[in-house]
Design a binder for this molecule. Structure first.
Ligand code: 2AM
Length: 177
């Protein structure tokens, strides 16, 4: 039986990925960590792990039933987790809509047998990996904002030493009438 490595996430609208990559290059020295490619920048809502096609179909059906309002995401926070070696961008105050959406997807995933981390959900966009040594974080004078009006299911593919994410399906979030 085939299994794919899947996760639900929010992708970034153009031209934000390129803007973030330029800003990152100005803010962090090369030795700080391995930069995530612009096309791979995303905010994970629920990590599913290796999932059979049958289980994935069930999770896609459940995702399609989610009724959730669109929300605005403010990227105005950054941090460093030395243990997993991650430098990230996030929000000082996560919107309720984001937390509710992630909570729903993670609960559906857990009920479907996809192990969910017991750690609380901390919404973030990974900018650098392998950042295990101390890193000077940029001054908090940055702020990007975008409207989140859909979420997606991605497959993580690894070949020729590179990770690439393929969007399999997207679902809209409701705008206020
Ligand atoms: P990270 O960026 O903090 O590493 C695809 O791997 C996405 O799923 C990444 O954004 C990753 O978060 C997230 N993720 C969450 N739990 C994971 C796990 N146990 N293994 C790999 N990725 C995980």
């Amino acid at each position: 039986m085939s299994a794919r490595r899947l996760f639900f996430a929010i992708g970034l609208p153009e031209p934000l990925p390129e803007q973030l990559v330029r800003w990152r290059a100005q803010q962090f020295p090369e030795e700080a960590g391995r930069p995530v490619a612009a096309a791979n920048l995303h905010l994970t809502l629920a990590f599913l792990g290796e999932v059979s096609d049958e289980k994935a179909q069930g999770l896609q059906r459940l995702a399609g039933r989610i009724q959730q309002r669109a929300f605005t995401l403010d990227l105005d926070d950054a941090g460093h987790w030395p243990r997993p070696g991650v430098v990230w961008l996030g929000c000082r105050q996560a919107p309720r809509g984001l937390l509710q959406l992630a909570e729903m997807l993670r609960a559906q995933a857990a009920r479907s047998g996809c192990h969910q981390s017991p750690q609380p959900f901390h919404p973030h966009i990974t900018l650098l990996r392998n950042a295990t040594r101390p890193v000077a974080l940029p001054p908090r004078n940055f702020h990007w904002q975008f409207r989140v009006d859909h979420f997606s299911l991605y497959q993580s593919l690894f070949s020729q030493g590179r990770t690439r994410y393929r969007c399999l399906q997207s679902w809209p979030l409701q705008e206020m009438p």
